[in-house]
Design a protein around this ligand. Structure first.
Ligand SMILES: [Zn+2]
Length: 249
C-alpha cells in the first residue's frame, strides 16, 4: 500500500473520529445511451451504496438525442440522479482556446434557450430523477450566463475545482478527476489522487466530488475506483446524493 493512500485513509478516518465524516459524491459525465461501461458503473456504485449523478447530454451534436432507452435503463436504479450536461457538447471555443460549449462569444438568448430545452427534455424523460443541476461541458461556462441560470429553472451548478458563489444557485463542484486527459487518458498518477484526497479531507470542507467518464475508463481506472470505494468504506467516508448537497450549499 502506498504512503499517499495511507495518508488519505488516515485523513478520512480522522474526520470520522472527529464526528465530521467527509461526504463524498460521484459525478459521471457524457451519458446519452445505455452501454456496457454504464452497466458496470451502475453496478459498482449500487454495490458500494454510492449515489451517482449522471450528467446527460440532451442533444449531442454528433448523434441522436438521448431518449427513452437511457430512462428505461435507469428506472430500477434508485441511487441515480440525472444532471443537465449542457445542450449538445459541441465545442464553440475560438481556435486555440480551451474547449467550451457555453462560450462567452455566443449569443446569450441562444444558450439560455438551449439550456432550458435541455432541462425540460431530461425532466420529461426522467421525471424527478432529473435535477435542476447544470454541468457545463468541459466544466466551463460564460460568466454572463450565471445570473440567468436561476431564472431559467436551475437550482445548482457543478464544475471542477474552486467554488465561486453565484446568487440563487447551490455550487456543488467536483475536485477529484481520475483521468489524465493530457497524458494518454488513462488513470492519473494514483499517488497524486490520494494526496489530493488527503488534502481535501484535511481542509475541513464538507464534501468532495469524484469525477468520472465511464465511456473512456480502462482497467486501471475501474480498479482505482474500486479502491476509492474500499478506502471510503474502511475509513468512515460517507457517500451522499447530490440532491442533499444542493439543499445545503
Ligand atoms: Zn462532458
Amino acid at each position: 500500500m502506498s504512503k499517499a493512500r495511507t495518508m488519505a485513509a488516515q485523513a478520512l478516518a480522522l474526520r470520522a473520529d472527529q464526528g465530521q465524516p467527509l461526504a463524498l459524491w460521484w459525478r459521471d459525465d457524457d451519458a446519452v445511451q445505455p452501454s456496457e461501461p454504464l452497466d458496470r458503473l451502475l453496478q459498482m456504485t449500487a454495490e458500494a451504496g454510492a449515489d451517482l449523478t449522471l450528467a446527460v447530454i440532451p442533444a449531442p451534436w454528433d448523434g441522436p438525442r438521448t431518449g427513452r432507452a437511457l430512462a428505461a435503463r435507469l428506472d430500477d436504479q434508485p441511487h441515480v440522479r440525472v444532471a443537465v450536461h449542457g445542450w449538445s457538447h459541441q465545442n464553440h471555443a475560438a481556435p486555440g482556446a480551451k474547449s467550451q460549449e457555453l462560450a462567452a462569444h455566443r449569443p446569450l438568448p441562444q444558450m439560455r434557450d438551449q439550456l432550458r430545452d435541455g432541462l425540460a427534455l431530461l425532466q420529461d424523460l426522467h421525471g424527478p430523477r432529473a435535477l435542476p443541476l447544470l454541468v457545463p461541458p468541459w466544466n466551463r461556462i460564460a460568466p454572463d450566463l450565471l445570473p440567468h441560470l436561476a431564472r431559467d429553472g436551475f437550482a445548482a451548478l457543478s464544475t471542477f475545482g474552486p467554488e465561486t458563489p453565484v446568487p440563487g444557485l447551490a455550487i456543488v463542484n467536483t475536485q477529484l478527476d481520475v483521468i489524465d486527459w493530457h497524458g494518454g487518458r488513462s488513470l492519473r498518477d494514483p499517488d497524486a489522487l490520494w494526496r489530493d484526497l488527503a488534502q481535501l479531507a484535511g481542509s475541513g470542507r464538507a464534501h468532495v466530488g469524484l469525477l468520472t467518464h465511464h465511456l473512456v475508463h480502462d482497467a486501471a481506472i475501474w480498479d482505482f475506483l474500486q479502491d476509492v470505494i474500499a478506502l471510503a468504506a474502511q475509513n468512515g467516508g460517507q457517500w451522499r446524493s447530490v440532491a442533499d448537497l444542493m439543499e445545503k450549499p
